[in-house]
Design a protein around this ligand. Sequence first.
Ligand code: HEM
Length: 361
Amino acid sequence: MEPLGLHGAVVRAAGSAEPVSIDGGRFLLVANLDGAREVLTRDDDFTLPFDVTRQSIRIPHEQGRTKDFPPLSAAATQHGREVFVAELDSVDLPPEPDALAVLRLPVARSTTASVVPDASLADRDRIAELVLAWVDALAPIISADRPPTRWSAVRRTERRVRRGLFAALRSAGVDDPAVVATALAAGVQVPIAAGAWCLVLLAQDATLQRRLREDPSLGTAFVWEVLRLYPPTWLIARITTRAVEIGQAPVPAYRPVVVSPVALGRLPELVPGPEHGVAGLDRIDVDRWAGGTHRPGTWLPFGAGRHACPGRSLGLAQLVAVVGWAGGLDLEPTAPLGIDADRGLAPAPSAVRVRPRPAGS
Ligand code: HEM
């Protein structure tokens, strides 16, 4: 599939030595690894442009005031993984499920179990529902061309849902509901999209399904390939806090800058390609990582620096579990592969056709 629009522009810019102006000049894209690392790790020069509700973070007033969510512990990750596997096993699949819809509740319960481990089962399920409602309420705000005004209907709905979520978190004993709610939203929406990509891409390729079924250890390589070509967080945004240089290029103060794992994931220095006997970098190939010549993940699908993903291990575990679960199904496409790049990358359409596999086959 030939990448189009903004997605296509980002793919074409891969490897540029200089920052590239994209999206009609709205952003500067930094599409080489050294530059991307600078943007994500020079905290004094680059900061988050807005919070999760798309309210801008005032610079330099609020710099350093945002509280970071710590990486999930190994025990929390393991707990989230177990909940996810159990939830997937009890999913009741219609013949043509929407991959995004199928994964909503399992991911939301799994991530909530991991992030709020002491919540009772009833509280966990209630919080998971409210996180999904909040993510849904945020969607029109995130995908609007301009941030909606404070008193618009979408903002009012979002506030109401957010307050409900905060109240549920408080009553489950969470001290800092704003920080935890934000972590939950980030940790629910992205794995749902990534998991849906896994299912939709598997549905497109019967041979790949057979290979993964015969050798489940290839599941992790497939997950890395999905996160290379279709990382849900494909534009990681920052804004300059002052006039800076990226590499040699001067960039003015308060300039929005993005780093893209989609662009970095096509760099031959990071990803083994045809010269290593595997497919071109625009194709999924689970054998790509077998030689051990390159380390997967160097294209930053989980970001880097201070804001790097604290749920990386859980996210990977969830995706590997989705692929393992899909091994018990025969998946077929309902339409050619399409991309919705409105808020993160998601497959569109996201329906797949499912036939349960006879036991033992
Ligand atoms: C496949 C799954 C996932 C992917 C691809 C992913 C990707 C990312 C990326 C690229 C960032 C950096 C954003 C930035 O720098 O602006 C990020 C941040 C974050 N992720 Fe994930 N993520 C995943 C799963 C999760 C899970 C399961 C959690 C559960 C808690 C989580 C929680 C967060 C949080 C709280 C942040 C914000 C960190 C901060 O700003 O300090 N993510 N994620």
